[in-house]
Design a protein around this ligand. Structure first.
Ligand code: PEP
Ligand code: MG
Length: 560
């Protein structure tokens, strides 16, 4: 009998292929490990491992550059240089001459550099992670263990991991990865967001993911949240046929977003950079509702130059002449660490620490440079630039940000509503800025006190939680245009509920646009309002969903 594992489906579609795992942590070679006496051979093995790591990093860099990611190549080349550092080789040689085994010698030699960097100021301290990565790769080779990090393969595969960091996925080739499966990560984790943006089916919070061995064939259904082990050809065929039938039913709905009775709801795209534009335009995005600018800089060792920023922003603005482009200023920290913007120190609770606009307050020059680059990029173009700050808590944050925007010549400052305090006091904040965009991912995380990175809490990371809907309502009623750009906006039923709550635009990963366009077109504004009232009247997330769907009969016909 086929084994089917159940997780949380976070990116629809069907993908089948062999499993390729992201290898886990490399253990520290035990202190005191000694070699058998042939120091020359041991030293040669250690240096060969370091050279192999350097060559592999360079080769990855070339592939990243060929795929248009030249920043990725620069990071990888810088890492390759560290692996070939003559001082490091001397350090390894000296340890081996003392009798230390090759893997341990590499570990200890890196330790010396590690301490130097860690004590050399914030910026260099952030390079420690790069150094650890090179060390782990070399040690893994010497110990015959799988090399850590995202694997590469000549044939398409299903990527299985405990969780994926945003930086892990920066060098992934979407044509190679037919599906993502992770053990951790909730529906709003960055694995889920990246999968949706790439249009790759994904299942997260899958308890048995660790038991899936490399090479096992699996069928991933990103809508149902299932992973079927060793599926028959027939099962793969019929799952693909069902997914295609649904896609062609949705393709009939085109044009700007609106309810069945003509209430306009602009449908916008969430993007991480110019590379996501093609898909956004292809799916009929009317503009950009969330440009996650930190995604431009995740895989970088150095801060972006003013010109680079201006160019990345201009490309996006140019893609939507006459349209709206909402840019979020850097949301660094917590689940989106940036090497060049380190947190002030150890934070026991990074999600409750310095992130988002709090980081901008700490590094005002970085914000000023970003705002100036945005203003220059928008000059002379017809797209309407709107700029918003992440993680705003109160009216003081909002005022500070709006002042910085106006100083830079940005006319339409806004804020994200993703902290419950901001939602509850939305009227105070509305007095300071021109628009809101509700980040339901973080709003849910904070309302339900459930870390969005933790797979075991998927039940609580659900924006259908009536408490989350209760927080959306005051923000939508605060008197300024209020969009939603969290993942909730891409759920067709929830999108109707949000419109019923008074939300004025919806922004989502591009592949979700056709689903939401069709769902809205099938229902009147009144039906959306009834669905919203029913959902808020429920006591649990599941009941809220069922209650709303009872007022949204058109979803069933669409297979949604
Ligand atoms: C959100 O929190 O809902 C959001 C859109 O921002 P991010 O997912 O990038 O934190
Ligand atoms: Mg957020």
């Amino acid at each position: 009998m086929a084994v089917v594992l159940q997780g949380a489906g976070v990116s629809p579609g069907v993908g089948a292929g062999p499993v390729l795992r992201v290898a886990g942590d490399v253990p520290e070679p035990p202190a005191g490990d000694r070699h058998g006496g042939d120091a020359a051979a041991e030293r040669a093995a250690a240096l060969a491992a370091l050279e192999a790591v350097a060559a592999d990093l360079e080769a990855r860099g070339e592939r990243a550059a060929a795929a248009g990611n030249t920043d990725g190549r620069d990071v990888l080349n810088a890492q390759a240089l560290m692996a070939r550092d003559p001082g490091l080789a001397d350090g390894v040689g000296a340890k081996v001459d003392e009798g230390v085994a090759a893997a341990r010698a590499v570990f200890e030699a890196f330790g010396v550099y590690r301490e130097m960097l860690a004590g050399a100021g914030e910026y260099l301290a952030a390079r420690v992670a790069d150094l650890d990565d090179i060390r782990d790769r070399a040690v893994a080779r010497l110990l015959g263990l799988p090399v850590p990090g995202v694997p590469e393969s000549d044939e398409p595969f299903v990527l299985v991991a405990r969780d994926l960091a945003p930086a892990d996925t920066a060098v992934l080739d979407p044509a190679q990865v037919v599906a993502f499966v992770t053990e951790e990560g909730g529906p709003t984790s960055h694995t889920a967001i990246i999968a949706r943006t790439m249009g790759v089916p994904a299942v997260v919070a899958l308890p048995g993911a660790a038991t899936l061995a490399d090479g096992t064939r699996v069928l991933v259904d990103g809508a149902a949240g299932t992973v079927r082990i060793d599926p028959s050809e027939n099962e793969v065929r019929s799952a693909r046929a069902a997914a295609e039938a649904r896609a062609s039913a949705l393709a009939e709905f085109t044009g700007p977003g609106a309810t069945a009775d003509g209430h306009a709801v602009p449908l916008l795209a969430n993007i991480g950079g110019p590379k996501d534009l093609e898909q956004a335009v292809a799916n009929g995005a009317e503009g950009v509702g969330l440009y996650r600018t930190e995604f431009l800089f995740l895989d970088r060792a150095t801060p972006p130059s003013d010109d680079e920023q201006e160019e990345a922003y201009r490309k996006v603005l140019e893609a939507f002449p006459g349209g709206r482009v909402v840019v979020r200023t850097l949301d660094a920290g917590a689940d989106k660490p940036l090497a060049f913007l380190p947190a002030p120190g150890e934070e026991p609770n990074p999600a409750l620490g310095e992130r988002g606009v709090r980081m901008s307050v700490r590094y005002p020059d970085v914000l000023a440079a970003q705002l100036a680059a945005l203003a220059r990029a928008a000059a002379g173009l017809t797209a309407q630039l709107q700029v918003m700050a992440p993680m705003v808590t109160d009216a003081a944050d909002a005022r500070w940000f709006a002042e910085r925007c106006r100083e830079a010549g940005i006319e339409h400052p806004g804020v994200m509503v993703e902290v419950p305090a901001a939602a509850l006091r939305a009227r105070d904040i509305a007095a300071e800025v021109e628009f809101f965009s509700i980040g339901t991912n973080d709003l849910t995380q904070y309302a339900c006190a459930a870390d969005r990175q933790v797979g075991g809490l998927a039940r609580l990371q659900d924006p259908w939680q009536p408490a989350v809907l209760d927080l959306v309502a005051p923000a939508a009623a605060a008197g300024v245009p209020c969009g939603v750009c969290g993942e909730a906006a891409g759920d067709p039923a929830l999108a109707c509920v949000l419109v019923g709550l008074g939300v004025t635009s919806l922004s989502m990963s591009a592949p979700s646009l056709p689903l939401v366009r069709a769902a809205l077109a099938k229902h009147t504004l009144e039906q959306c309002r009834e669905a919203a009232a029913a959902a808020r009247g429920a006591r649990t997330a599941d009941q809220a969903k069922d209650a709303a769907r009872a007022h949204l009969p058109g979803l069933t016909g669409l297979g949604l």
